[in-house]
Ligand binder design. Structure first.
Ligand SMILES: Nc1nc2c(c(=O)[nH]1)N[C@H]1C(S)=C(S)[C@@H](COP(=O)(O)O)O[C@H]1N2
Ligand SMILES: [Mo]
Length: 513
């Protein structure tokens, strides 16, 4: 260690790393003053999401699932770290070149800030400030490392000490500014505090959970997924913090009369509360990017009728505060189903991560074509005229949920006692159509019909269970298929989620011992 510290080149690389850390920290502080979404790491991350080929994104979602954002941010930090080591080494040989390289980083941040969706001019400021801070820090550290001619006689240890002092100061500055900046961002506008201060509106007819739902303890899937374990899929590296006092939504475009309403106006309209199962198109067969919750909101069709939708306006294009666009077929939203602008979820106001203050929910459509979170604009338009975010990436223009079923119990690869009494259980769904039958096949035996739990409507998943005696010692295959309310049997044809949702029978193996 001490030995390593003798190498000036290594110290220079360290100087690069420290300068980058100071840059990131100062960037966080300035983002605390501008807005959290303008943090240099966040804007670079957002740009990366836009630049990443859709196939790589799909891979990331399938590998990292709801941890995809952590993976991306970690990757960015690692990349900054590695690049800054090189920049430090470069600066030791040619200071100007190192400083320019660091400046380019800041410039890249500013470029990213000004090219992501829903940006503002001021979003470039944190990246510029970060670049300036990094340059200043690198210049000081590299200078402190280089023996000056006048000091030719001074032992090299002295120079090292002055470097170590400056370096320790830079490390402390980076840590302090990073923490302070993050804290500033949190306290500046905290949507969760605003949310906590607003009462949950009550509705006269809150739907109860169905009387008999299967509760198989830890291994089973409950009918309702609590808010804090509900899956989350979005591109928001920094969760939009919207102020319900200033929020409003405009319904415009191909309508007779535009309508705009505030959060309070929306809340004072007639509210409905419904059980709805929300599913992500990226969900693999057997995956968990699906959840069921009780949503509270205003019927969207009523608002659209008030606005007077022009015939032929086949797309409703929702835009969120962070620039996401999600387009839904007008005909589906207005066909009588309980499509809503939701403000509540499972008896609470909508959680911030799930779209507070207002999101869309349409039973029977995948989230990417219906469930815009942090919604701020609704344009009545046509599919021919405008393409929403994921549709432009090649995903299907219309995304009806596909009939699917999943085995939750036993778990894949579970080890069970031969001859013991057990159960095979899970969920099946085909929102707004309904599930009429679920069958299970053990090894290559007969398909056996499972018991189905009652459901409040066709808009939720349906729990199923099949009592079962564990077969003799060995490995056994379990397979499930559902039949919808129209009698259509779930296809065994296996497809990937892209471009319109995964199909195929969920199949697992378990061991009997
Ligand atoms: N603003 C915004 N809304 C969004 C998304 C997004 O990335 N940004 N993702 C959509 C997708 S793909 C899905 S599956 C659902 C997920 O909603 P949840 O995170 O509340 O489960 O939100 C939808 N709404
Ligand atoms: Mo999704």
């Amino acid at each position: 260690m001490v030995r390593l510290l003798r190498s000036p080149r290594l110290l220079a690389a360290l100087a690069g790393l420290l300068s980058a850390a100071v840059a990131v920290g100062i960037g966080e502080v300035i983002a605390g003053l501008v807005r959290p979404a303008a943090s240099p790491v966040i804007v670079v991350g957002n740009r990366m999401i836009l630049l990443t080929p859709e196939s790589v994104r799909r891979w990331a979602i399938s590998v990292f699932g709801t941890n995809d954002k952590h993976a991306l941010l970690t990757g960015i930090y690692v990349a900054i770290g590695l690049a800054s080591l090189g920049i430090g080494a470069l600066a030791y040989r040619r200071l100007a070149a190192g400083l320019v390289a660091l400046g380019l980083f800041g410039g890249f941040g500013a470029y990213c800030a000004l090219t992501t969706h829903a940006h503002r001019g001021s979003d470039a400021v944190p990246s510029i400030a970060a670049g300036v801070a990094g340059i200043g820090c690198l210049a000081v550290l590299i200078r402190s490392l280089r023996p000056r001619p006048a000091e030719a006689g001074v032992p090299s240890g002295v120079r090292r000490r002055s470097f170590l002092q400056a370096g320790a100061f830079a490390a402390a500055l980076a840590a302090f500014s990073g923490l302070f900046g993050r804290n500033l961002q949190r306290t500046r506008y905290d949507a969760s505090a605003a949310r906590a201060a607003i009462p949950v509106p009550s509705v006269s007819t809150s739907p109860a959970a169905p009387a008999a739902t299967y509760d198989l303890g830890k291994s089973g899937i409950p009918f309702v997924i609590p808010n804090d374990s509900f899956y989350r899929i979005d591109t928001a590296l920094s969760i939009p913090q919207l102020n319900p006092k200033t929020w409003n939504l405009r319904i415009h475009g191909l309508v007779e009369r535009e309508i705009t309403f505030t959060y309070d106006q929306l809340r004072s309209r007639p509210l409905i509360e419904r059980w709805i199962t929300l599913a992500c198109v990226s969900n693999d067969v057997g995956g968990d990017l699906i959840g069921n919750a009780r949503f509270l909101g205003v019927r969207l069709a009523d608002l659209l009728e008030e606005a007077g939708v022009h015939p032929g306006a086949d797309q409703l294009l929702a835009t969120s505060a962070d620039g996401m666009t999600i387009g839904s077929p007008t005909a589906v939203v207005m066909d009588g189903r309980d499509a809503m602008l939701a403000i509540g979820m499972n008896g609470e106001l909508l959680p911030v991560a799930h779209g507070f203050p207002v999101r869309m929910v349409v039973p029977g459509l995948y989230g990417y074509v219906s469930a815009c979170k942090w919604i701020t604009d609704l344009e009545v338009t046509t599919f021919a005229r405008q393409s929403a975010y994921w549709v432009a990436e090649g995903w299907a223009q219309r995304g009806p949920v596909l009939l699917e079923s999943r085995i939750d119990f036993p778990r894949s690869s579970a080890s069970l006692a031969a001859g013991s009494r057990a159960a095979i259980a899970g969920v099946a769904w085909d929102q707004h159509v309904g599930v009429s039958k679920v069958e299970v096949q053990v090894d290559n035996g007969q398909w056996q019909q499972a018991d189905l739990a009652p459901v409040p409507s066709t808009d939720t998943w349906r729990q199923w269970v099949l009592p079962w005696t564990v077969p003799p010692v060995g490995v056994h295959t379990l397979r499930v298929r559902a039949t919808d309310a129209k009698g259509v049997v779930q296809t065994d044809h296996s497809t990937q989620p892209f471009p319109s949702g995964a199909t195929g029978w969920h199949t697992i193996s378990v061991r009997s011992r």
